[in-house]
Design a protein around this ligand. Structure first.
Ligand SMILES: [Zn+2]
Length: 169
């Protein structure tokens, strides 16, 4: 029997695995770009993108509470708003730079978005357990860039951050 190099390839899911994770990094970087756009306008540096099953970004947004005075305009909410009315929520993935709060988690559950990829959950633990308990696939990337952005913001605007997550001053 001659050697067939194809049979020597490792895990058949290897390439799928690698492209899946490369995609995570690419999509998270798009969410970070949103977060940085907010930061550049003195806003809270949290951004999000919604991605369809083909890997295309169908909506993007960032926290606008400081910029517009809208208390509901968290990053994920702005992203959902910008994505408009949709019929494909159940095939979408939300990428967000920070673990979603209870309001954003509620919106994700309402529209039955099945996957959430989170930049980091150290600054704020969010409601990841609630998402998981409702069958949502949650992936936390623990991205240093997201942690640093929040650290920089909270260091200079602790009051604005507390207001964002409902902590009375
Ligand atoms: Zn939120």
């Amino acid at each position: 029997m001659s050697f067939d190099p194809r049979s020597a390839s490792p895990d058949p899911n290897y390439h799928r695995y690698v492209s899946h994770h490369a995609n995570h990094a690419l999509m998270l970087s798009a969410a970070i770009k949103e977060a940085r756009a907010s930061f550049a306008n003195s806003g809270i540096p949290i951004g999000a993108v919604l991605v369809n099953s083909a890997g295309t970004i169908v909506g993007r947004g960032h926290n606008l509470r400081v910029q517009t005075g809208d208390p509901i305009a968290h990053g994920e909410m702005s992203c959902l708003r910008n994505a408009g009315r949709r019929r494909d929520y159940q095939s979408l993935t939300m990428y967000t730079t920070l673990a979603p709060c209870i309001m954003c988690t509620g919106a994700l559950l309402l529209y039955k978005i099945p996957r959430v990829v989170v930049g980091e959950s150290r600054t704020f633990p969010g409601e990841l357990d609630l998402l998981r308990a409702n069958g949502v696939e949650v992936n936390v990337l623990d991205a240093v860039e997201c942690i640093e952005l929040m650290r920089e913001f909270i260091g200079t605007h602790p009051d604005v951050w507390n207001e964002d997550i409902g902590i009375p001053s």
